[in-house]
Write a protein that binds this ligand. Structure first.
Ligand code: FAD
Length: 388
């Protein structure tokens, strides 16, 4: 199909929306991105971009320009600080593992989309999406826009997802995540550390030439918290929740000045991904808990495959159907793996913790290759080379 004859509306200038805008505009499509925010900007937070996500950035011609810290290792530690397991990321089948500031990734993708010819309409909150022969979007300002294809890359609270699937209710996982950036005062190297305690864990890794540390602290608790990054919290509450952790964690938390709090919800993977010239991708299609650090990487993969499937198909319908077939199984598997992962970090019963940590240590010592290769199905997969 000739993409250079297509008019495409993308809802959302997040990671998935910007990536698909560049991928389609590079193939000649006339792309307009609708973003509700007044500017394309991001909260200060980090992302791990594993080799499968990096493969998409490289295929989009943006790999060399990515500002990142190249990840060397993952350390799993007990909450007091004792090392349980060290995984050498250099042993991965594909080793391009990056720690990225979200704002840097968004800037790179936005610049890339613009340079390829995509246009942006900011302060345009899409309120309705209409599938059909000429799919359309309507915005809060009353404007309507018709296109050959509408792509919903509008994240967790997607309007496009609702248009295709109706309203689906998520459920609170009884876990909350605080996110913060602090100076890398201890000069931590290019590694992720996961400090695992009873019902809680803290993930930390360096960003921006190692000048900052990104912190994600997760706690299980009954009290409900909303699913929104705009909610801030008192840094003192974060420190109090982790005051029995070892000195390394307490020192990082002591430096926190601003912190965001996020309730972790489980959403079902969408049943309908495309209909009547409307398709969804990224968190709009398959919101993922952060425990495999794969949400943004899956959005990048979706973006590549959607553009690739359309460019190979005879019709929009055939391209969109092929897109869902190529993506649904893999994203479901990642979502399920992430949902299963939290309990491993949070074991609270001491003998169980001891047994699990001993097994991890032994596995790491006896079969380090096998420990790291268990992630090959995620990290070594390259959608830019997969069979179409
Ligand atoms: P988003 O990035 O959410 O973008 C959606 C865009 O759509 C936004 O710009 C929004 O303003 C816009 N929008 C929404 N509604 C409308 C509307 N009605 N009209 C117009 N515009 C609209 N992933 C990783 O790969 N690695 C990690 O290390 C990682 N860490 C994480 C840590 C935590 C604590 C959490 C919660 C998530 C983490 N993720 C990680 C997941 C990742 O952040 C998301 O999966 C990813 O941002 C999804 O991208 P997206 O483009 O689908 O949606």
């Amino acid at each position: 199909m000739r993409l250079d004859e297509m008019k495409i509306a993308v809802i959302g200038a997040g990671i998935g929306g910007l990536a698909v805008a560049r991928a389609l505009a590079l193939r000649g499509a006339d792309v307009t991105v609708f973003e509700q925010a007044p500017e394309i900007a991001e909260v200060g937070a980090g992302l791990q971009i594993s080799p499968n996500g990096f493969a998409v950035l490289a295929a989009l011609g943006l790999g060399d320009a990515l500002r990142s810290v190249r990840g060397a290792a993952v350390h799993l530690c007990d909450y007091h600080g004792g090392e349980v397991l060290r995984l050498d990321l250099g042993r991965l089948t594909r080793a391009e593992y990056h720690f990225v500031h979200r704002a840097d990734l968004i800037d790179l993708l936005a610049e890339g989309a613009r340079a390829a010819g995509a246009r942006f309409r900011l302060l345009q909150k899409v309120t309705d999406v209409g599938p059909g022969a000429r799919p359309r979007v309507e915005t809060a300002s009353g404007a309507a826009f018709e296109a050959d294809l509408v792509i919903g890359a509008d994240g967790l609270h997607s309007v496009a997802r609702t248009a295709l699937n109706g309203i689906t209710a998520p459920f609170f996982t009884r876990q909350v995540a605080w996110r913060a950036l602090v100076p890398n005062a201890a000069g931590r190297g290019a590694e992720v550390r996961v400090h695992m305690g009873p019902l809680r864990h803290v993930v930390s890794y360096p960003l921006r030439e190692g000048s900052l540390l990104n912190l994600v602290a997760v706690q299980e608790r009954a009290a409900w918290t909303s699913e929104s990054w705009s909610q801030t919290d008192d840094p003192q509450a974060l420190r109090a929740a982790f005051n029995d952790f070892g000195a390394e964690v307490r020192e990082m938390l002591a430096a926190v000045e601003t912190v965001h709090l996020w309730g972790l919800f489980r959403h079902p993977v969408a049943r309908v991904w495309q209909r009547g010239g409307v398709a969804i991708l990224g968190d709009a299609a398959h919101p993922t808990l952060p425990f495999m650090a794969q949400g943004a990487c899956m959005a990048l993969e979706d973006a590549w495959v959607l553009a690739d499937a359309l460019s190979r198909a005879e019709t929009v319908e055939a391209g969109l159907a092929r897109y869902q077939v190529r993506r649904e199984g893999r994203t479901r598997r990642v979502v399920e793996a992430a949902s299963r992962n939290a309990w491993k970090y949070h074991l609270s019963f001491p003998p169980l913790r001891w047994a699990a940590h001993t097994a991890l240590r032994a596995g790491g010592a006896l079969a380090p290759e096998r420990m790291i290769r268990q992630f090959d199905w995620i990290y070594a997969h390259d959608v830019t080379r997969e069979a179409a």
